[in-house]
Design a protein around this ligand. Structure first.
Ligand code: CA
Ligand code: CA
Length: 164
């Protein structure tokens, strides 16, 4: 190989590497879909769960429509957790801390206008329920599968963080 051929080959390799790099960053740019975070072992009260998510650059999940509900269910099922647990509650960002009975998503500031409440919820039981969980109870049937319920914010539950 002459010197000129070697230089050409090196140039070609560099161009190929740059091309690969460009391809790689393109794919990562395409991955703009929502990310979720769930731990099957961590239980925190609503305030601490909110902090936990924010400290990771994420938010406590919000479920503002059927599509977002489906996405969360799909994610959770991909973890295998619902298969081995018949009953669980997961904090969401919804709360009526600002004004009783007026539920808003803390992550976006939007009013909760997607009706996915369990029967007779929200009931503000004993005037002490201001934070909302996504509740699953297998034996309760579909009326209790991934439905909303207001509960005391100080209780320790699991939660899901998400990117907006
Ligand atoms: Ca309340
Ligand atoms: Ca309730």
């Amino acid at each position: 190989m002459t010197k000129r051929q070697v230089v050409f080959l090196l140039l070609l390799l560099t161009v190929l590497e740059l091309y690969k790099l460009a391809q790689a960053s393109d794919t990562s740019l395409d991955r703009s879909e929502k990310k979720y975070l769930f731990s099957d072992t961590i239980k925190l009260n609503w305030y601490k769960a909110t902090e936990f998510c924010r400290s990771r650059g994420m938010f406590l999940m919000s479920i503002r429509n059927t599509a977002e509900r489906e996405a969360v269910i799909n994610f959770l099922e991909s973890t295998g957790y619902p298969k081995t647990h018949d009953k669980f509650m997961l904090w969401m960002s919804a709360n009526d801390l600002g004004e009783e009975g007026e539920f808003h998503w803390a992550s976006t500031g939007e009013r909760v206008n997607y009706s996915n409440w369990s029967d007779k919820e929200p009931n503000d039981y004993k005037s002490g329920e201001d934070c909302v969980v996504l509740a699953y109870w297998k034996k309760g049937g579909s009326k209790h599968h991934y439905k909303f319920n207001d509960t005391p914010c100080t209780r320790d539950y699991q939660f899901i963080c998400e990117t907006l």
